[in-house]
Design a protein around this ligand. Structure first.
Ligand code: SAH
Ligand code: AVI
Length: 321
């Protein structure tokens, strides 16, 4: 077994907290108050996301798992055996297990902003796959990341499942793909999970679940600000609000202020009108053609695409163009 324990990725807790403070203050100072969705994933947020994945209404995880199982042999042929598998936003590395078994990469490099979940997942994988070298990187993929040396001659494959790419704007998604295109080089490949466009009612239910888990996930961001940045958000005065914006092809998640109010975050003070919102997340949905166009802008060619039987979700196999 080869576990790599050196600390890598972005700077430590204090630098992380100061970036969090800066982003929160900047976002709440905008005319449309906004918070970056990457801050959802503290310990409580990651656990809530795990519960979302098991909800009846949240079809994304089940659809992607089903299509991966069904097409595993073809996906593994596309990815190739051995080499380096680099995964962004790996979380629990749930779907990755299927890929690891079929691909048997020499090195698996999971990258996630949530260091705790990453370490726990890497520990489990090390027990389950004793032959695998695991090199976890705790870091933010929206900033330049210090990655461990990628072994020169090995083929590199980047895996980005879960439709996490949908949480980036189309421009950010292109920039992200351009970065990974540089990482995989001319002979590498990328596997990207993308949620497909579909009936708005199905989308609406997935982001407004009957048990209120998505609402708790959204509101946890305010709780995190209270905990880590000396905030005084009263969670009873904000409500989860998610809807599909068909013109932009995205689910938007907001937190609506239920009353006129003033909120403090450390030494900063923010006022809210009744009905004013904080925009917390976008989740873009792309048709196969739309996603191919984004990939092409980043010098990737859509070589393969696998979907589930219901046509809910797509896994794209991209190669360097
Ligand atoms: N890949 C898993 C988890 C998806 S949830 C799945 O398909 O189920 C999104 C994951 O991306 C979370 O684990 C979160 O911590 C991570 N994440 C979100 N924004 C990130 C960022 N900017 N940098 C690194 N990881 C990020
Ligand atoms: C991680 N990401 C792809 C999820 C999504 O569906 O956009 C995050 C999420 N937000 C609300 N529910 C789940």
């Amino acid at each position: 077994m080869g576990r790599d324990h050196r600390r890598r990725g972005n700077p430590g807790i204090d630098a992380g907290r100061s970036a969090f403070r800066q982003d929160v203050v900047a976002g709440l100072s905008l005319p449309q108050k906004t918070l970056p969705p990457k801050y959802f994933y503290d310990r409580a947020g990651s656990e809530l996301f795990g519960r979302i994945c098991r909800l009846r209404e949240y079809y994304l995880t089940r659809a992607e798992l089903a299509l991966t199982r069904t097409h595993m042999a073809a996906i593994a042929r596309f990815a190739g055996r051995g080499g380096v598998l680099l995964e962004y936003g790996s979380g629990e590395s749930l779907k990755t297990r299927l890929l690891l078994r079929a691909m048997r990469p020499a090195v698996y490099m999971p990258v996630d902003i949530s260091a705790e979940i990453l370490t726990r997942a890497a520990g489990r994988l090390a027990r389950e796959f004793p032959w695998l070298r695991i090199a976890p990187v705790a870091g933010d993929f929206s900033r330049p990341l210090e990655l461990p040396e990628l072994r020169g001659r090995d083929r590199r494959v980047v895996y980005f499942p879960g439709s996490t790419i949908g949480n980036l704007s189309p421009g950010e998604a292109q920039a992200f793909l351009r970065m990974t295109r540089g990482q995989v080089g001319p002979s590498g490949a990328m596997l990207v999970g993308v949620d497909l466009k579909k009936d708005a009612n199905v989308l609406h239910a997935a982001y407004n679940d009957s048990r209120g888990v998505t609402a708790a996930f959204n509101l946890n961001l305010l709780e995190r600000i209270n905990r880590e940045l000396r905030g005084d958000f009263d969670l009873r005065r904000f409500a989860h609000y998610a809807f599909y914006n068909p013109a932009l092809g995205r689910i938007e998640m907001h937190l609506v202020s239920l009353v006129p109010q003033t909120v403090n975050v450390g030494d900063h003070r923010f006022t809210f009108d009744r009905g004013e919102t904080i925009h917390t997340e976008n989740s873009y949905k792309y048709s196969i053609e739309e996603f191919h166009a984004i990939a092409a802008e980043s010098d990737f060619r859509g070589a393969k695409v696998w979907t589930d039987r219901k046509g809910l979700f797509a896994l794209h196999g991209l190669i360097a163009d």
